[in-house]
Design a protein around this ligand. Structure first.
Ligand SMILES: CC(C)(COP(=O)(O)OP(=O)(O)OC[C@H]1O[C@@H](n2cnc3c(N)ncnc32)[C@H](O)[C@@H]1OP(=O)(O)O)[C@@H](O)C(=O)NCCC(=O)NCCS
Length: 329
């Protein structure tokens, strides 16, 4: 007897993108009502001018579902075509059940559903899983969502984090395609630096939830250099030259990290660079899809453009791949 497996390999691509940007816009001045800092310092050190925090009515599952519905619309795919829902997040308030099962239920489907915990790199990890499933024929359509509600998990008086992190959601439908739309993923981790970004019960915030703590300078020393190697590896795996990129969309950690990384990889001037962190802050696992949407909406990149995604964060973990940008709702 032999065990049956799905038929031929196929190509996978992002078929549609949707986001949910929370309604409440929060300025640096508002942050500094509680934080001992000022607008000028925050702009200079991080590039951030505003960010969004979920309002009273907005939940993590609600934001994820809203982004997913828009991604389905952009892709022209029905919810009942989804075989799997993957949510990348570090801020689902419960250990179990996974937020993905609640999102699948809100979408009205009984698809396989699970969460991925890879910090700010979660979306690019989940994209690799989804792409692998579709290419292998295991599933035809997979929903990938990056969502965070970091405003619940911050100490508003912490000078190292309070001005950086923010809320939001971005989702893509991954499905079959005539050509490769998601290149091979360069990914890995360095657990020897796990202490650099943490969220542990030893440090509880106002909601009784563990708050994010970060050694900002250690992240700064690591990311722009280690991620340059990952960028080159993702390009090599995809067989794409850096000059052939249309867009560079790194995790929106901090504008200075983005700029230093772009310099380190010798990114040509012609390549558009995502700067959504200026408006949206650092939304961790949601930042890459939110930044894709911002570039498409503003006309800085177009559907079908070839983009390099690179995400990095807690773990320390990282993942990057070359992709074709999807249509957006
Ligand atoms: C957080 C970060 C902006 C801090 O900048 P930094 O230059 O490393 O700051 P330092 O902690 O060395 O402090 C430098 C000075 O600014 C002051 N400072 C620190 N935080 C401040 C704040 N929020 N507001 C005003 N002043 C602040 C310090 O007291 C220090 O003052 P001093 O020189 O008089 O002693 C920076 O480390 C960073 O961006 N790191 C990467 C973080 C990130 O993107 N993480 C994402 C992970 S996915």
């Amino acid at each position: 007897m032999s065990i049956q497996q799905p038929a031929d390999l196929t190509h996978a691509a992002m078929l549609g993108l949707g986001v949910h940007r929370p309604e409440r816009l929060v300025t640096n001045d508002e942050i500094c009502e509680v934080l001992d800092s000022d607008d000028e310092w925050i702009r200079t050190r991080s590039g951030i001018r505003t960010r969004r925090f979920a309002g009273e009515e907005e939940t993590l599952v609600g934001m994820a579902t809203s982004a997913a519905e828009r991604a389905l619309e952009a892709a022209g795919v029905r919810a009942d075509q989804l075989g799997c829902v993957i949510v990348a997040t570090s801020t689902h308030p419960e250990h179990t059940p996974a937020s993905a099962a609640l999102v699948a239920d809100a979408l009205g489907v009984k698809a396989a559903a699970f969460d991925v915990s890879a910090g700010c790199a979660g979306f690019c990890h989940a994209l690799n899983l989804a792409s692998s499933m579709v290419r292998s024929g295991a599933e035809t359509h997979v929903m990938v969502i990056g969502v965070e509600q970091l405003s619940r998990f911050m100490d508003p008086t912490d000078r190292g984090t309070a001005f950086i992190f923010a809320d939001g959601a971005g989702a893509v439908v991954v499905g079959p395609s005539d050509a490769t739309g998601i290149g091979p993923t360069a990914w890995g981790s360095d657990g020897s630096q796990a202490h650099v970004i943490t969220q542990t019960p030893s440090c509880l915030g106002g909601h009784g939830s563990p708050v994010v703590q970060m050694e900002g300078t250690a992240v700064f020393r690591w990311a722009p250099f280690a991620m340059a190697e990952v960028a080159h590896e993702a390009l090599r795996l995809a067989g794409v030259a850096i000059d052939d990129l249309d867009a560079f969309i790194p995790h929106q950690a901090n504008l200075r990290i983005t700029q230093t990384l772009a310099r380190n990889i010798k990114l040509p001037e012609s390549v558009a660079v995502a700067t959504d962190v200026v408006d949206s802050g650092n939304t961790s696992a949601a930042s890459v899809p939110l930044a894709m949407e911002a570039m498409l909406r503003k006309g800085e990149a177009e559907v079908g453009d070839v983009a390099l995604l690179i995400a990095f964060g807690a773990g320390l973990s990282y993942a990057g791949q070359v992709v074709a940008l999807p249509p957006v709702a």
